[in-house]
Design a protein around this ligand. Structure first.
Ligand code: HEM
Length: 211
């Protein structure tokens, strides 16, 4: 327990070759990851019987989320650019839009769910969540290929982002980030990022895709 009464976050089992900040964030977001993996739209992406129209709707949800959060991320990265030697944000809304168009869809204009704050360097630690998502993308990309015949060139550009090295670049910068930020703030922001994406997915289903 810290002197101000808050619980201290301790990394109990460091994993070899990874920044301590990533270990901590993994540990602190395990439950959030489990919850989002079970979110029906995302769970369907790794299930047999994946339907192309449902996939298109999921892309629309993800497009709504990234269109809303990207300007916030880009502005904050500009403010903290001295801490990011290797890492560059690669826009997700562009491949998502292209994937939708390839499949005969168009992104809808939609209501916004709450976005996490990304002002401080600690809060930018939540980029761990969005780059980590590209690792899961590898599994999803395989299923999209097998079930729907999609590829990086057609309909599944977004789920091939793992090929572009964002995770590795963020990992290189993590040592500097962790030396300069409050890890508890990063953990809170990472969980808020998961929650925000989950809300975008859940809310869009409740709205019934009225657009
Ligand atoms: C059906 C959906 C998902 C599946 C099947 C999935 C699966 C996976 C897998 C297999 C890994 C480990 C990859 C590796 O170590 O090479 C992983 C890592 C990760 N995923 Fe997911 N994921 C999903 C959705 C998401 C989403 C939506 C997010 C965040 C928005 C996310 C965030 C992360 C993070 C941060 C890591 C890195 C964990 C670490 O520190 O090692 N995942 N995921």
């Amino acid at each position: 327990m810290l002197s101000d009464g808050r619980a201290e976050i301790v990394v109990t089992k460091p994993l070899a070759g990874r920044p301590r900040l990533f270990d901590l964030l993994k540990q602190e977001t395990l439950q959030a990851h489990e919850r989002i993996e079970a979110q029906p739209r995302l769970a369907a992406l790794v299930s047999p019987g994946l339907d192309r129209d449902e996939y298109l709707r999921t892309l629309d949800c993800l497009h709504a989320f990234f269109s809303a959060i990207e300007p916030v991320i880009e502005a904050s990265l500009r403010n903290h650019r001295e801490h990011f030697e290797h890492y560059r944000w690669r826009r997700r809304s562009l491949p998502l839009r292209e994937d939708m168009i390839a499949l005969g869809g168009l992104p809808a204009i939609c209501a916004r769910s709450a976005l996490p704050s990304m002002q401080t360097l600690g809060q930018l630690g939540a980029l761990y969540v969005l780059e980590g998502a590209t690792l899961g993308g590898r599994v999803i990309a395989d299923n999209l290929r097998v079930q729907l015949g999609l590829s990086e060139k057609f309909g599944a550009r977004y789920f091939h982002l793992y090929l572009h090295g964002g995770w590795a670049a963020l990992r290189k910068d993590a040592a500097i980030i962790q030396a300069c930020c409050d890890p508890r703030e990063a953990a809170t922001a990472a969980n808020a990022m998961f929650t925000s994406l989950q809300s975008f997915l859940d809310d869009r289903d409740r709205e019934g895709f009225r657009g």
